[in-house]
Structures are given as structure tokens and as C-alpha cells.
Design a protein around this ligand. Structure first.
Ligand code: ASP
Ligand code: MG
Length: 408
């Protein structure tokens, strides 16, 4: 028998009408003979509303109390959906995290799942019940309610799918899949039929935020086929899997990702001696600032220019460190620029296709976009450019790699 885990996000259960629509969909799958575990988020806005209540009493509530409060949002959704299923004559039961026994560590508000007891769910499924589970929550060894971090219902769904060895984990949301790039930037952006876990991680980390990243990592680790689809219409969505097909036939790239949240810092005239990169980036790391692209080039005069990028809201802190180190190391000067952006082409097809970099640079040259920095990995090439050219660059790359939807 086919076992499917479905997850419905906040907008999909955002009102009584939406919950009734979800119940229709679940009932259809149930009546088609599937075994179903349905994970729900809190109704949209609810988790924030609860947090607002808490902080109106105390600026800094303890994480334990926050968890027990925030976990109620999902429990309302699970009970309402179960009632809506009963109304349709579908046998269904709701279970919260501790009733299932989704065992986590005790890091309140960002707990990690350690183990899932699948016995209760399995016996309900054997009785032909739909099992509706509250997302985002678990319980620690001592019986305290924990939550998994914002957006954590995706992770609940994937973890349940892994524990139950489900055939597929379907994430219902308000978009109908993963696109080749942001459709707000490129009209002809296409929904992907399929994408690999690796590609999805690279796309998601740079802006195509449909799924909580952690759930994609989890799904990749346990090889849970994951499908993103819309609860607002019917369609196949996008399947995220391990399967890379026949790599020879894979398209060169899956999509174009971009990120405006970048700033760069440059130290000019750093002495060309061992340890300088460490002198600059060591204190940056100690300040918990994540560095993205790094570029260093040694000239012939015994001096080096050193450039790196950080997230924009870390720029002020990074500038202080760079200013201090420029002075201490006897470098010539430093500068920074926050009007930059990163554009990346992503695809496992790069492993077997030569010339992806050439196509990328030609496409950018054709529209006169200047490249400030380049960085590469096995399945991704990124360039840092001026932010004002971002949309132009994304469009040029999208058509340069033949991704434009012909029908549009
Ligand atoms: N309700 C939680 C949140 O808003 C968890 C989730 O929706 O995935 O972050
Ligand atoms: Mg979400």
C-alpha cells in the first residue's frame, strides 16, 4: 500500500475555508486507497501572534515557556483538520508531538529530532485512519515540549516520512513548485519537474525559499523523495530526489539563483607573507560572521589585495574588524561596498558538461555586465556583480542557458 506523508503550511490552513479545502484533498487521497500521515503548520500568522502575546508580558520569556505556548498553534490546526475529515466520513485521529513521541534534544526553540516512535502512527494507519500530526514540535527525555525552529513543520514531515519509510513526502504550499529562477524577475521562468537534493540546497540557500533548508538536508540524508506542490490548485509540483537520471542527458543547469544580501570588503596592499588571510578572516570568524566568496591576488610588488563578501547586516561589524586589521598589518587601505549581489548558475549537469563557465561569461558579456568576483564549486558557478545589474544578469543567463519557457 502506498504511504504518503503530506504537509500543509500556514497559508494552506490559514482559514476554516482553507482547512475544509485541505480536508477535501486529503479525503480524495484516502479514498483512493493511500495511507496518509498529514502534518500541519499553525494557521498563518498564528505563531507570530503568540510570540507577540508573550513579549507583551516579558521581553525575554524563557525558551521553555515559549515552546509550550508556540506548540499550541499547530495543535489547533490538527484538531480542526481532523474534525473536517470526520465531517467527510473519513476515519482520522490527531496526534501532537509528545503523543507520537517525536523525541528531541532539550534545546528549546531549536530542538533537534533524535528519534521517532512510529508504533502509534503505524497502528492507526493499520486501522485505516488518517493520522494528522502537529508539525514543528516534539518532546525531550524529561517530557518538556520542544519546538524545532521557525519553519520546522517541513522537518517534522520529512522526519516522519523517513521513520515510516513513506513512498513520498509531499509539501503543500502556496507555490506550485520550484522554478528555474524567480518568476518575478524572469517572466519565462519554468517550473522544474525534478531537481536533486544537492541542487535544491544550492538554489534554496540563495533565495528560492520554498522549503526549510534543514528539511532538504534531512530528506537527502535519508533519501526521502520530496515533492513541493500547491494546495491551491492541482498539478504535479516539483519532485526533489537523489536520482540524477542519466547525467549525460541531464540539462547543463537546473536554474539561476541570486542573492541581494551581500556586501564586500577589500583590504588593499596587504604584506605578501604567510598568515595574512588568517589575520583578516580569523577575527571575522570569531565575531560569528559568515564569509561567502573570497578572492586574493598577489601582485609583483610583494603586496596582496584581499576581498571577501559577508551578509549585508554583518557589514558594519566586519568593517570595524577590517579597519583595525588594516592598521595592525600595515596594509595600505580598506574599502567596502554594499551595492553588490550574487548570481549563481546551479546544476549537477555541470559535472559532465564542459563549457558552462564559458556560456555564463558570454551571456553576461553580451549584456555588458561587469563581473567583480567569481567563485565555483562542483555544481555551481557564482559571480558577484553590481546590484543594479542583477535583473539584467539573471534574464541574460536564463535565456543564455535555454531555460526560457517557449510558450510564453
Ligand atoms: N508555525 C511554525 C512557524 O511559523 C512552524 C511552521 O509553520 O513550519 O515557524
Ligand atoms: Mg513554512
Amino acid at each position: 500500500m502506498t504511504l504518503i506523508v503530506q504537509k500543509y503550511g500556514g497559508t494552506s490552513v490559514g482559514s476554516v475555508e482553507r482547512i475544509e479545502a485541505v480536508a477535501d484533498r486529503v479525503a480524495k487521497h484516502h479514498n483512493a486507497g493511500e495511507q496518509l500521515v498529514v502534518v500541519v503548520s499553525a494557521m498563518s500568522g498564528e505563531t507570530n501572534r503568540l510570540l507577540g502575546l508573550a513579549t507583551s508580558i516579558l521581553d525575554d520569556p524563557t525558551p521553555r515557556e515559549l515552546d509550550i505556548m508556540m506548540s499550541t498553534g499547530e495543535q489547533v490546526s490538527m484538531a480542526l483538520l481532523t474534525m473536517a475529515l470526520h465531517k467527510r466520513g473519513v476515519g482520522a485521529v490527531s496526534l501532537n508531538g509528545s503523543q507520537v513521541r517525536i523525541l528531541t534534544d532539550d534545546s528549546h526553540t531549536k530542538a533537534r529530532i533524535k528519534d521517532i516512535d512510529s508504533r502509534r502512527i503505524s497502528s492507526e494507519l493499520e486501522s485505516r485512519h488518517v493520522v494528522v500530526v502537529a508539525g514543528f514540535q516534539g518532546v525531550d527525555e524529561a517530557g518538556n515540549v520542544t519546538t524545532l525552529g521557525r519553519g520546522g513543520s517541513d522537518t517534522t514531515a520529512v522526519a516522519l516520512a523517513a521513520a515510516l519509510k513513506a513512498d513520498e513526502c509531499q509539501i503543500y504550499t502556496d507555490v506550485d513548485g520550484v522554478y528555474t529562477t524567480d518568476p518575478r524577475v524572469v517572466d519565462g521562468a519554468k517550473r522544474l519537474e525534478k531537481i536533486t537534493f544537492e541542487e535544491m540546497l544550492e538554489m534554496a540557500s540563495m533565495g528560492s525559499k520554498v522549503l526549510q533548508l534543514r528539511s532538504v538536508e534531512f530528506a537527502g540524508k535519508y533519501n526521502v523523495p520530496l515533492r513541493v506542490l500547491s494546495s491551491f490548485d492541482d498539478g504535479p509540483g516539483t519532485l526533489i530526489t537523489m536520482d540524477e537520471d542519466n547525467e549525460m542527458e541531464a540539462p547543463q543547469i537546473a536554474g539561476i539563483a541570486f542573492n541581494r544580501d551581500e556586501a564586500k570588503l577589500t583590504v588593499v596592499g596587504v604584506p605578501d607573507t604567510p598568515g595574512m588571510a588568517y589575520e583578516i578572516l580569523g577575527p571575522i570568524g570569531e565575531a560569528n560572521i559568515e564569509v561567502d566568496v573570497i578572492l586574493q591576488n598577489t601582485g609583483d610588488c610583494g603586496k596582496t589585495d584581499f576581498t571577501f563578501t559577508v551578509a549585508r547586516n554583518d557589514l558594519a561589524a566586519a568593517e570595524k574588524i577590517v579597519a583595525a586589521q588594516t592598521e595592525r598589518l600595515g596594509a595600505v587601505e580598506w574599502s567596502s561596498d554594499s551595492h553588490i549581489a550574487k548570481v549563481s548558475v546551479v546544476g549537477v549537469g555541470m559535472r559532465s558538461h564542459a563549457g558552462v563557465a564559458a556560456t555564463m561569461f558570454r551571456s553576461l558579456a553580451d549584456v555588458g555586465v561587469n563581473i567583480l568576483m567569481i567563485s565555483t564549486s562542483e555544481i555551481k558557478i557564482s559571480v558577484i556583480i553590481y546590484e543594479k545589474f542583477l535583473e539584467l544578469a539573471v534574464r541574460a543567463l536564463h535565456s543564455g542557458f535555454g531555460l526560457d519557457d517557449e510558450e510564453d
